[in-house]
Design a protein around this ligand. Structure first.
Ligand code: FAD
Length: 464
């Protein structure tokens, strides 16, 4: 394969290839998995990538598209060990921002955080946000159809993509770079690539939909006794805010207590610790909005005995300290180390029973286990993290996965809400999708990538 690398270098320049010796130390997943001693191809343009894939296709050389390497399901981990990486790190230009059409045209290697800043500079916002914002790239976010905290209001990555440019396995470039919201001109091929984890094509550019930056932000932390009250709280604020609710994060008590206790002095409890559940909620509203609206709704609920304690942030720093509890993933991971973490979806009415059932199964099987649940809830997404001892990620890992995922499948939820299938969840795809659906997926993969050179082993293999 040395001649293939030389051919790529002579066409695209020396910087287009990082040799195996330099690549091996690089982390390629959110869990720090190393790349291995394989070359990394680094296109500087769509033409470069087209040439690279055409050449790889001719030689049957498999590649793994790599964004920021923050994905959480092993979708950028090697499958056979013979794959090369294609990193979009040199394609990181924000080409234009148009405040009139409210769109940004960006290259796939741009980090999410840069899009946030560029949009804010013209009074707009890009609504997808997540903890890995500094490293996760637009191409990777599209590859995983990432979600985050504001999905309930603004949708996942899919809803933010107006246009795409994609290079197919054989180097063909698909120009789908439109800037309009309505476009029913034949099959909408964008959606085939969003969430396909780099198995059908590599995204090089995108047209992102931007939203107005809303000036009024109200944040509150609330305790409630029961899950029914969580649902009532959600429906009442949803109605009262008239579409202005942008985050609704629920934490079960073990989560709240663990984060508060892990590094004493780091967090101040916004509400007392005797609640049955805790909710962090946020409203983003227009400039004429009543700046006490969320507070008024919560006080009404308090007077009706529908919520316990209520804390409303009075300053940006109070808001930040409330969010710091929900987002203290470092405390979560170190208090549960080694932790098995899950990202599932369920109808909201099944959540309480599901959490109680899985917690009970876990504690019966591993009486000393630590089990935490939290999630975005309003968009059906729950996260579970647990530790059953030092062997959590080794001897017990498969059994833990079954304990968490089987009741999800039985309730027709999703074993992946926002992280994807990658390598780690492939085992559950067959149980989650009917044979007819799997065979259409196989047909799609076979049509788009007949030689199987794009991210092999991820999502599904020909024998699945
Ligand atoms: C601290 C932390 C918090 C997180 N929070 C959330 C969260 O709230 N919500 C959420 O949804 N996810 C979350 N994630 C995981 C999330 O999936 C990733 O952060 C992000 O979507 C992946 O972007 P990336 O650039 O790192 O992609 P990578 O990890 O590099 O790749 C992810 C997938 O996309 C493919 N890919 C990469 N680039 C391209 C491209 N140009 N074209 C086609 N395919 C490509 C890869 O092959 C792979 O299949 C979190 C991760 C971390 C570490």
């Amino acid at each position: 394969m040395a001649s293939l690398l030389e051919k790529i270098k002579s066409h695209c320049g020396e910087a287009a290839v990082v040799g195996a010796e330099l690549a091996s130390g690089r982390s390629v997943t959110g869990y720090g998995d190393p790349a291995g001693a394989v070359p990394i191809l680094r296109p500087a343009s769509t033409d470069d990538l087209s040439m690279m894939l055409k050449a790889c296709h001719a030689e049957g050389q498999a590649v793994i598209p790599l964004g920021g390497g923050t994905g959480l399901v092993g979708a950028t981990r090697a499958f056979s060990g013979d794959e090369w990486y294609v990193s979009l790190e040199r394609m990181r230009e924000i080409e234009s921002i148009d405040p009139t059409s409210r769109v940004a045209v960006v290259q796939a290697g741009v980090a999410l955080e840069r899009v946030h800043h560029a949009a804010a500079d013209v009074g707009l916002s890009f609504p997808v946000d997540l903890g890995a914002r500094g490293s996760a790239q637009i191409g990777g976010l599209i590859g995983t159809n990432a979600g985050g905290e504001r999905v309930f209001r603004f949708g996942m990555m899919r809803e933010q993509i107006l246009g795409l440019e994609v290079v197919l396995a054989d180097g063909t470039v698909l120009d789908l770079m439109y800037k309009v919201i309505k476009n029913n001109t034949g099959y909408d091929l964008r959606h085939m690539f969003i969430g396909s984890e780099g198995t059908l094509g590599i995204v090089t550019r995108a047209v992102l939909r931007l939203r107005p930056e809303l000036p009024v932000c109200q944040t509150a932390f609330v305790s409630v006794d029961t899950f029914d009250q969580v649902v009532e709280l959600l429906r009442r604020v949803e109605l009262g805010l008239g579409g202005g609710l942008s985050a609704f994060e629920v934490m079960w008590p073990e989560f709240y207590h663990t984060i508060l206790d892990h590094n004493p002095g780091t967090h101040r409890a916004p509400v007392p610790r005797d609640g049955g559940l805790y909710v962090l909620l946020e409203a983003e509203l227009g400039e004429r909005a009543d700046d006490q609206l969320l507070y008024e709704i919560l006080i009404e609920l308090f007077e009706e005995d529908k919520v316990g304690e209520v804390a409303v942030a009075q300053s940006t720093s109070e808001r930040e300290s409330m969010w710091a509890i929900r987002n203290d993933i470092d405390a979560l991971m170190s208090s549960l180390y080694p932790a098995a973490s899950f990202d599932i979806s369920l109808p909201i009415q099944d959540m309480e029973q599901y959490v109680s059932e899985v917690r009970a199964t876990v504690l019966k099987r591993w009486p000393h286990a630590k089990f935490l649940a939290f999630g975005h809830i309003a968009d059906n997404n729950l996260h579970i993290s647990l530790n059953v001892g030092d062997n959590t990620k080794t001897d017990h890992f498969v059994e833990i996965n079954d304990v968490v995922h089987e009741p999800v499948i039985a309730r027709r939820g999703a074993v992946s809400a926002e992280h994807g299938i990658g390598l780690d969840k492939r085992r559950y795809l067959k149980d989650s999708r009917s044979p007819e659906v799997i065979s259409v997926m196989q047909l799609l993969k076979q049509t788009m990538d007949p030689k199987g050179i794009l991210n092999p082993g991820k999502v599904l293999t020909p024998s699945d």
